[in-house]
Write a protein that binds this ligand. Structure first.
Ligand SMILES: Nc1ncnc2c1ncn2[C@@H]1O[C@H](COP(=O)(O)OP(=O)(O)OP(=O)(O)O)[C@@H](O)[C@H]1O
Length: 639
């Protein structure tokens, strides 16, 4: 087993430092971007906590909505091409003489039912992830609004604040999460909270089956685009009251954990109207009421949602000190000139006055704008897990700024989780921000080549227009430069893993993403120089441990000119290849290409460090000078 004793040949690119399971600032220049985190909107006015207007409005709507009875089946409605659920209408409403519009009852899509059943009955560990999922939905809704408001400032006219507020009521066992985001129309409620757009559940079920753990981790839930339903991990009932700027009306969606239906009605109680956004109320299960403690929620926000780029306020009990009078009359001195007047000297004591108020609970400056020297590995990892719904720490990360022709900041990650297939579509791995505004995660194909689609990250640029479209991206010179730099940084990061003292790290990487790099040999000639050192193969002298091409070259005999390989369908057939003997005699190492993509890759590379790849099974095998001469002579020429 020669590989184990080989000296690792590693030439890390300048400016790139390795961070195994950690974040490293690979290049840092000019920490010029400055952001200001908003102060909590509260102020103490005249000894009383002052509450701004919008906040007052939000506070006034925290009460639970009333339930309206629903039973009568009316009709089955289909939205264009997709089943959106059965619609029922309220018989109670039909006889109700009040002005309250009827609540309509809908059946969940079958997939949602299966998912709900699973959530309610099978997921017990790590239930606290529900908060992360719901806050992440609130943040997405704010992102959407902020993005749209760039071209339509009217969208903000009902309230400029973009924030998330979480209030707990431990007496009643409720948690309320309010965002001032894009909200949902009635149809969007049906589409979003009654159906699952992708095959989220199927994938989720598959992952559960594959999970070896006896107690299934709820953490899995966020990865399958079904985060909203995690509310039912801890709730008997969930009420979503939401107002989209597209609609004049506010709607209330309501469902119970054990039910296979939900209702939607219009919000008519003026006390409960919100200007814009979504208010989600969780009625906690008996055993989960502990989540309704303000300190617990604060801790969860700090743990899981620290890097949400909108302010998250939690409702906390506070205290301030004030002087109050005490009943302890003491004769004061009689003032000169007024013999008759006595004055009671007022005694005071300091007391703590308690009140409740919103407290900013997260860090609102985006992590990528911070100075990398001040960001800890744990923070990079937490940001990664929060942002990309990952549950394992990344294998490596790189935080960098580029300046000059094009300026942007980025943090890239190499995940530690396995990816099965090379995707043929966009993978939403790169989140593009322009001037801190989240634009889209649908542009990664423009920013990264397909074969690097496993790399995840955020990119924030000041040099692109906020109304950027795919067409603009495709045409843009700025994007071409960004892409080039991002790709280079991604390779530096991967090279960093390959240089790790712990060989296991790269073995893991190779097992997960080796085939992606092989695809790179076919698709990206320009980067052959970067890809080739990252490839790994078994060989005639190392059939148990993979070797790099650098290791091969180092092990070449002085007179050896080429890199030899044999393509076979397994290690054992490679080992027994008839052509091998001759090379073994000369102690020339032969690469075993046992993956169908191996041979295509090396053929595309053609050479490595000026050495040709030679297939030893081909006729006229040239084993260097000596053989060449012999080949010219009749007994050795090909027949
Ligand atoms: N607070 C909210 N404001 C506006 N829309 C929301 C809100 N919460 C959920 N939604 C809508 O409900 C949909 C379903 O949410 P869900 O969390 O199940 O999946 P997702 O957000 O699409 O995927 P993921 O959870 O992986 O981000 C969202 O795509 C969004 O359209």
């Amino acid at each position: 087993m020669l590989g184990a004793s080989r000296r690792s040949v590693c030439t890390a690119a300048a400016g790139s430092r390795r961070r195994a399971a950690a974040g490293v600032a690979s290049t840092v220049s000019g920490d010029s971007a400055v952001t200001s985190s908003p102060d909590p909107p509260r102020s103490v006015v005249n000894g009383e906590p002052g509450v701004p207007r919008l906040q007052k409005r939000l506070l006034s709507v925290l009460a639970a909505p009333k339930l309206i009875g629903t039973d009568n089946v009316v009709s089955l409605k289909l939205r264009e091409g997709s089943l959106v659920g059965r619609r029922y209408e309220s018989s109670a409403a039909a006889v109700d003489s009040s002005d309250t519009p009827p609540a309509e009852k809908y059946e969940y899509q079958a997939e949602v039912n299966r998912l709900m059943d699973l959530i309610v009955h099978s997921l017990y560990s790590n239930k606290e992830v529900f908060l992360r999922e719901l806050v992440s939905n609130a943040s997405d809704a704010l992102d959407k609004l902020r993005y749209l408001s760039v071209t339509d400032s009217d969208l903000l006219k009902d309230g400029p604040e973009l924030d998330i507020r979480i209030q707990t009521d431990k007496d009643n066992g409720t948690i309320t999460i309010i965002d001032t985001g894009i909200g949902m129309t009635r149809q969007e409620l049906v589409d979003s909270l009654g159906t699952i757009a992708s095959s989220g559940t199927a994938k989720f079920l598959k992952a559960l089956k594959e999970s070896q753990e006896t107690s299934v981790d709820s953490n899995l839930i966020g990865q399958f685009g079904v985060g909203f339903y995690s509310a039912f991990l801890v709730s008997d009932k969930v009420v979503v009251s939401t107002k989209s700027p597209k609609s004049d009306k506010q709607y209330v969606w309501e469902s119970e954990a054990e039910s296979n239906s939900y209702t939607i009605r219009e919000e008519t109680d003026t006390e409960k109207l919100i200007p814009r956004g979504t208010r989600l109320t969780l009625y906690l299960k008996r055993d989960d009421k502990g989540f309704a403690h303000p300190e617990r929620i604060q801790k969860l926000v700090k743990n899981y949602s620290q890097f949400v780029s909108f302010p998250i306020y939690t409702w906390q009990e506070k205290g301030y000190t004030k002087e109050v009078e005490v009943d302890d009359p003491a004769e004061a001195k009689i003032e000169a000139g007024d013999e008759t007047k006595t004055e009671v000297k007022k005694k005071t004591k300091t007391v703590v006055e308690k009140y409740w108020d919103w407290e900013l609970t997260n860090e609102t400056q985006p992590i990528w704008l911070r100075n990398p020297r001040e960001v800890s590995t744990d923070e990079y990892n937490a940001f990664y897990k929060n942002t990309f719904n990952e549950y394992m720490d990344p294998l490596a990360s790189s935080h960098f700024t580029t300046e000059g022709e094009v300026e942007f900041r980025s943090i890239l990650y190499v995940p530690a989780t396995k990816k099965d297939d090379i995707p043929d579509r966009k993978t939403k791995n790169i989140r593009l921000y322009i001037k801190r505004v989240f634009i889209s995660d649908d542009f990664d194909g423009e920013l990264f080549p397909r074969y690097l689609s496993f790399v995840k990250g955020v990119v924030d640029s000041n040099d692109l227009p906020l109304n950027v479209s795919r067409e603009i991206l495709q045409e843009s010179r700025v994007v071409r430069i960004m892409r080039k730099r991002l790709v280079r940084k991604a390779f530096d990061m991967i090279l960093g893993i390959s240089c790790s003292e712990n060989r296991d790290d790269y073995e893991k990487f190779w097992e997960n993403y080796g085939k992606f790099l092989k695809l790179g040999c076919l698709e990206d000639q320009e980067n052959h120089k970067r890809i080739a050192p990252l490839l790994r193969f078994f060989s005639s002298q190392s059939s148990e441990e993979l070797i790099s091409l650098d290791e091969y070259v180092e092990n070449m005999k002085p007179e050896q000119k080429d890199i030899y390989y044999i393509a076979a369908d397994s290690l054992s057939s490679a080992k027994h290849a008839p052509f091998l003997e001759k090379l073994n005699e000369k102690e020339y190492e032969v690469l075993f290409l046992i993956d169908p993509m191996d041979e295509v890759s090396v053929r595309n590379l053609n050479t490595y460090k000026d050495k040709r790849f030679i297939d030893i099974s081909k006729e006229n095998l040239d084993l260097g000078m000596h053989t060449k001469v012999l080949l010219l002579e009749p007994p050795f020429t090909a027949e």
